[in-house]
Design a protein around this ligand. Structure first.
Ligand SMILES: [Zn+2]
Length: 591
């Protein structure tokens, strides 16, 4: 279950944080007060999740009027789950206050030096709690089965701004003290904080962008359709229930594309490419406001309920706002990512919608399988029952489970009752079971098709035949990111150096400012030892910390002895700029 918390005895209902961010010692320190609902009236021990926390004091209270010291101990840590904090409490206690400090190496925090930011002058801190890293900066019941509201006071150096994925109380500018309130109950993995030289630009009444001053204008332009996306999603799946929806653009070391922190999505700057071609990421994180944040996987084994639904919703939003041409391309690229993930995974069960996690950190089983296979499953249901019926079904699923954590078994029961039974025999139980347990794509899946990408393949074939980059230039004049990525990815893995350099000279691929295009180009360069691309690739791997973009490059390099030596040399320079979760992925790969 990925947690040590004894949630059968106590459930956290509300959390109060008072934390100081100390950039010199790289620690968050202060107090976390947890208010419980008792499930076991006789219980006298509360067990919380922690990882590398320095716990200084524990106090218990009933009602919060007076506090008494409570005895506590930390169990020996395990690599996967950290260490259980056991606090002995009186029989009437309903709250606990822990005084603690996080470790400078906290897995859920990344402390950036000024040179690692866009502005280069001030430091930056951001958190990433999913899946089970909230425990590395808060002693907490760190399981998505528990939902809590919270209040937070965050103290920072006066020149910095703190943003949490919560409602901000109007504070005094330059005071260094920020107050936040999260009125909707959320699971621990959605607690998030960023501190830096952050500025805000509104995009509509309820949307806006946070970023460093140097990045804000381009971000606001790239994401200007956000309000339209929200309206589109509301029309399909019901009201947006979180108040504001803002985006916070992080420095390039952010290890993910985006993180759906409620009210404030955290996003990588690598999707800001100038033509909105990668804003499916916003559609994705926004969709989590329904699938994931509103209706949440109760365990990490049910992760597909978050990500499969969200990937399906993402493509529907992209289709409604940008057209079917783009959403079809996204579906095909998703299929290709799925095939790649299935080939890369070493634990067979991880290729299914319901992996067995056992005593593994859920992050170790992470892949796009729950995203893409889950989305294919929902597309199959949509096809069988028709879009209108399926949309109403999904809306009802969100409405009836709003602010709840749910299991796959609950979804299957709901599916059977409210969709399958409306047309008995349309979908068989055997088909449902195959979707859940197959390691491949069921033969009866409805596969996407993209005319645009078929045209790209024709252009590829023509170029491979003729070698004419000018003909290719004509064919590709209006290509988006997706089409270029598909073109490069669909080239034979072995090409001679003349061809590669002709392509490079004409289309400036080595120096592409588009991180997705550069990524597939560098993979092709590695496969062919096309050395003119390597200096730019090295700079890319040092600057960017997004796992999806860097890990495949390390993996490709590690296939040969001299490639591996090069990977290690680059990593020696890049490592300190990576987030701890990216560090541990690359550490594993190169050792
Ligand atoms: Zn997601």
């Amino acid at each position: 279950m990925s947690t040590y918390a004894n949630i059968d005895a106590f459930i956290t209902k509300h959390l109060v944080l008072d934390l100081t961010a100390d950039f010199d010692s790289r620690t968050l320190l202060g107090t976390a007060e947890l208010m419980f609902e008792r499930r076991d009236p006789g219980a006298t021990e509360v067990v919380l999740d922690t990882r590398d926390l320095q716990v200084r004091k524990a106090e218990a209270s009933s009602g919060g009027a007076s506090w008494v010291d409570a005895a506590f101990r930390l169990d020996p840590a395990t690599a996967a789950f950290g260490s259980a904090l056991r606090v002995t409490v009186p029989r009437d206690a309903d709250r606990l206050r822990i005084t603690y400090a996080s470790s400078p190496a906290a897995k859920g925090l990344q402390w950036l030096t000024p040179p690692q930011t866009s502005g280069k002058k001030l430091p930056f801190l951001f958190s990433q709690a999913q899946a089970i890293q909230a425990r590395s900066f808060i002693p907490i019941q760190d399981t998505p089965a528990v939902r809590m509201t919270y209040d937070a006071t965050i103290r920072v150096p006066k020149e910095l701004v703190a943003v949490m994925a919560a409602e901000a109380a109007p504070g005094e500018k330059g005071s260094g003290v920020f107050h936040f309130r999260m009125p909707q109950p959320i699971p621990s993995y959605l607690i998030a904080i960023a501190i830096g030289d952050l500025t805000f630009q509104p995009m509509s009444d309820r949307t806006g962008v946070w970023a460093e001053p140097a990045a804000i204008a381009a971000a606001a332009k790239e994401f200007e359709d956000t309000e339209q996306m929200i309206k589109t999603t509301e029309a399909l799946y019901g009201p947006y229930r979180w108040g504001r929806y803002d985006l916070l653009v992080l420095p390039p070391s952010f290890p993910f594309g985006g993180m759906e922190n409620p009210r404030v999505t955290f996003a990588t700057p690598t999707v800001i490419v100038g033509d909105k071609s990668l804003v499916a990421l916003v559609a994705h994180e926004l969709a989590h406001s329904w699938s994931g944040n509103l209706v949440t996987n109760a365990t990490w084994q049910d992760f597909w309920l978050n990500e499969g639904f969200t990937t399906y919703l993402e493509r529907r939003i992209v289709e409604a706002v940008y057209g079917k041409r783009l959403s079809d391309m996204e579906r095909i690229i998703g299929l290709r990512d799925l095939a790649q993930a299935r080939a890369d995974l070493t634990v067979a069960g991880d290729r299914t919608l319901q992996p067995t996690l056992g005593d593994r950190d859920p992050d170790d089983a992470y892949s796009v399988v729950p995203y893409e296979l889950g989305a294919l499953f929902l597309s199959f249901l949509e096809d069988k029952f028709g879009r209108d019926t399926f949309d109403r079904f999904l809306r009802r699923w969100f409405d009836e489970h709003a602010f709840q954590s749910v299991t796959t078994a609950q979804f299957l029961e709901f599916l059977s009752k409210h969709l399958l039974s409306t047309r008995p025999g349309e979908v068989t139980e055997a088909q449902i079971q195959e979707w859940l347990h197959t390691e491949s794509i069921p033969s009866f899946a409805v596969m996407p098709k993209s005319d645009a990408l078929e045209k790209v393949e024709q252009a590829r074939d023509a170029w491979l035949m003729s070698g004419s980059v000018e003909a290719l230039a004509l064919a590709s004049a209006a290509w988006s990111t997706q089409e270029w990525v598909h073109f490069i990815d669909a080239l034979p893995r072995k090409l001679d150096a003349d061809r590669l350099s002709a392509l490079d000279r004409r289309f400036k691929l080595t120096d592409s400012p588009n991180s997705e295009i550069a990524h597939v180009w560098f993979r092709l360069a590695i496969a062919n030892r096309y050395t003119p691309a390597f200096p730019a690739m090295e700079r890319y791997m040092i600057r960017i910390g997004r796992r999806k973009l860097i890990v495949p490059l390390y993996r490709d390099l590690a296939l040969t002895a001299d490639g591996k030596a090069m990977a290690k040399r680059i990593y020696a320079k890049a490592r300190e700029g990576y987030h701890p979760v990216a560090q541990s992925t690359v550490d594993d790969l190169l050792n």
